[in-house]
Design a protein around this ligand. Structure first.
Ligand SMILES: [Zn+2]
Length: 224
């Protein structure tokens, strides 16, 4: 097995040439300051590359990714990203992005044992357990995707409840939290309408977004 990743480095040279010829001075212009308007909190899954999905160039999207796009109240890694994004970069939007057929969500749903990551996925199991009665009403084939959407809504609510976001809202800084899901089968993002611009709205918007998830996965009424 070759030890050097020659192909990737060659790809990189071609990519940098292409960027620079399309927009001369592109890289030197980014040296001064990054000024992204958006923070993306997504899954680490290789099929969900943040910048590509929304067709944004380097410098336009601040990104944090982990298994199953989880926002844990005590995760200093994610909290630091949120804090830097809000306080220093002054991003206007924080988007929690899940995706269909998420392996982490699937493992959480089915109690699969994968290893150390089981401990991380416990947070998704908390979501599963909170909504277990409703999940039982969903057709089994759809249950993973239903939990993917519930997980986005719950993690977006967690973002709203972080001290960093609450304090930003208290001082009047414009920050809007969003929840989206990416569909692997067609490459399209769907807005789950978990869109919160102030703490007072969070619980009501959460309930509406949950109701919308429920509506999407409701069994069609029996005919006759
Ligand atoms: Zn995933």
């Amino acid at each position: 097995m070759p030890q050097k990743l020659t192909a990737l480095l060659a790809n990189n040279r071609r990519w940098a040439d292409k960027m620079e010829s399309a927009r001369p001075g592109f890289f030197t212009s980014l040296l001064q300051q990054q000024a992204p308007q958006y923070l993306w909190i997504g899954c680490a899954d290789s099929r969900v590359p943040a910048n590509e999905l929304v067709d944004l160039a380097p410098g336009e999207l601040f990104v944090h990714r982990n298994v199953a796009n989880v926002v844990v109240h005590s995760d200093l890694n994610c909290l630091s990203v949120i804090q830097f994004a809000i306080d220093v970069l002054k991003v206007r939007h924080i988007i929690v992005v899940g995706h269909s057929q998420c392996g982490g969500v699937s493992a959480a749903l089915r109690d699969q044992h994968v290893g150390l990551v089981d401990n991380w996925i416990r947070h998704v199991q908390d979501v599963r357990n909170r909504h277990s009665a409703w999940l039982q009403t969903v057709a089994e084939a759809e249950r993973v995707n239903a939990l993917c959407e519930l997980n986005v809504v719950e993690q977006a609510l967690n973002v709203c409840r972080t001290t960093v976001v609450r304090e930003a809202w208290q001082r009047g800084q414009d920050v809007v939290v969003h929840g989206w899901v990416y569909r692997l089968h067609n490459g399209l993002l769907k807005d789950l309408t978990m869109t919160v611009g102030r703490l007072d709205d969070a619980d009501a918007v959460y309930e509406e977004a949950l109701a919308a998830v429920h509506g999407r996965y409701a069994e069609p009424p029996a005919s006759g």
